[in-house]
Design a protein around this ligand. Sequence first.
Ligand SMILES: Cc1ncc(COP(=O)(O)O)c(C=O)c1O
Length: 431
Amino acid sequence: MSALTTRPSDAEGLVDRHTPLVELKNRLDASGANLAQLSAALYKQKNAQIAANLYTQDRYCATGSDATAVICDPHHDQSRTCVSWCVNHYTGLNRHPEVLRAAQEATEQYGTGAGTSGMSGGMCDVHKQLESELARRVAKPAALLFPTGYTANLGALSALARSGDLILFDRESHASIIDGIKMSGAKWLPFRHNDVADLERKLAHHGSRYRDVLVVAESAYSMSGDFAPLADLVALKRRYQFRLYIDEAHAFGFYGQDGGGYCRQLGLSDDVDFVMSTLSKSTGSLGGFIACAEQYIPLLQWCANSYIFQACVSPADAAAALASLRLLRSPSPVVQRLHENNRYMRDALQAVGIDLKNSQSPVVPIYIDQPERLLRVNRRLYENGVFSVSVVYPAVKPSEGRIRLIVTARHSQQNIDYTVRQIVQCLASEG
Ligand SMILES: Cc1ncc(COP(=O)(O)O)c(C=O)c1O
């Protein structure tokens, strides 16, 4: 595939080539640009980044997700073997022989694809076993399986609140949480990231004016790798009337007994009303779920459109997730390895003076706040065999760009040592 060709743009001259495309769109939106102007400007911006070899988002992996992979750049007809850091397969179970075998056997037994939604007969016994196991694993009475983690948040949050209710959510919440909240029709307000005092002020000021209040947070944050103050949130719940919804996408599988998540690790499963997670990360599959009291299940089934009107996960994906869950029972060697690698990576980066801020989970952010430098450093990393996509707005605030390294159980200490050396050199040479 060749580089995109430049087209004349009505918005020419508005931005420099390093501005993230959505930031550019928002600026043009504010100046009243129409669709033709927006699309031309974004086309031009992407093209400028490609021409300078700064555009990472179209790169793909020819060999599948693993610690090292062949990463192709379609715009420059290049491919390179790299240490790969951008996939959330924390435990590496997507490559485990038992997981592969389970997916193959389920395909032979049930065929490919589910064909329809769980509400219209798309589930088979393997889906039902998975729902029971997920509920048990996160120590909640019931679980409902959604096609993806994104649509679990989208559907569940749109179903759990409506006009007359209030949703307070952490400002760094994932887009799927924010989209679900917006779809609900409830009044919504963000609170400052991990700031329980700010949440309390908002509860005290607004809470009593609404019929029901829902508070939403992630247990481990996807972009910064820090943990939510879950015990404080639960303590607040004892003083104010609200329900608590926790997204465990970046903790389920490798924190807590049997990988049951961070709420379970802290002994707070009973205090959290809704535990959400995904099957695409630590269990190396696809799907999402909400675990909660039995009483909420019919409401979720009948009021979450993404549950009713979307085909459920394939039997192979359900079987792969079940096999992964068996391998995540404590003590799990892959979980131990993941935590060792995480410690090793953090120690190595901190030893060379890199500030990881509040990150603790295997999400390791290298903050580079000037957009131009971020893209240049990442270009050089790729040239030197280290790959991760540049994280820019809207995934993070415009001023908080970063290279996000996701540590997995499949990485070796040599992979880590090599990457840290390259980070140091590339940061220095692109100073
Ligand atoms: C915090 C969080 N919630 C939900 C999701 C959506 O999960 P999935 O990609 O499995 O749909 C993600 C995925 O990136 C996430 O990071």
